[in-house]
Design a protein around this ligand. Sequence first.
Ligand code: ADE
Ligand code: ZN
Ligand code: ZN
Length: 302
Amino acid sequence: MYVSGLWWIGRAHFFLLLLVPGILGWGDEGHYATCKIAQGYLTEEALAAVKRLLPESAGGDLAAVCSWPDDVRRTPNYRWSAGLHFVNPPDFQCNYNYSRDCHDSAGNKDRCVSAAIYNYTLQLSTAYRNDSSVLESKYNLTEALLFLSHFIGDIHQPLHVGFVGDKGGNSIVVYWYQNKTNLHRVWDDMIIYSALNTFYDSDLTTMIQSIQRNITDGWLNEVSSWRTCPNNYIACPDPYASESISLACKYAYKNATPGSTLGDDYFLTRLPIVEKRLAQGGIRLAATLNRIFTHPSKIAVA
Ligand code: ADE
Ligand code: ZN
Ligand code: ZN
């Protein structure tokens, strides 16, 4: 793993880290990375379908619009989508169960990130099963593509499957080096910002290239298992949610009590987890889009 080669970097170096803007809302960089990685693994047919669905503003680049659902979740027309970005297991349950956990705060069932992934997969795959219905779909398939691509990123962020009582870490105030923030933002943004500044010359493209290299050598033996869904399903978000809450317990919540200061030790031990989740999100988004746009098969009913 590349981190082992970087231990020699002096501690003083890490001080340069963090007066980075907190404006981008995973975070924009995480979603950009996931979608950029995914694009590199699309079949020709899937890439063509994606490009046809993308809005003009994307300039043919899915990554450019992968944060759109975060941009609109607080606007009146899209308030209904705000609860679809995450799922919360009960406090201190380090496992995930769709029928127990997938509901909104009012208790309405099938309102969570996992259900949203099934839903948008079904809209797209139904429309693409025979080409003529693409034109007739009653759904906005451009929005379906953007929501699906975004939510597959979100479900890989361990704290998007965090405990209900702390809102996936949002209500756990911590210091990231000297900066007051919360644990959720540490995992959406701060670890990625610090990695960019410390290891990647503040260049997201360089960071993405490093993750892509790990996919083709470091994680090569695991990648084909990342792609597969049980039972020939087109989309399988539930195993991703299970992995996320497990990682949240083992890495995100661990040693991150309210008021604590997180620094080099937390950063350097958690960054490899973040990078692997970005890689898995990208590979699985591509695999899902390839299944949607290349051959019809069985779809899970949420
Ligand atoms: N974002 C907003 N509310 C959230 C929650 N309860 N869990 C995870 N992410 C969230
Ligand atoms: Zn988030
Ligand atoms: Zn989101």
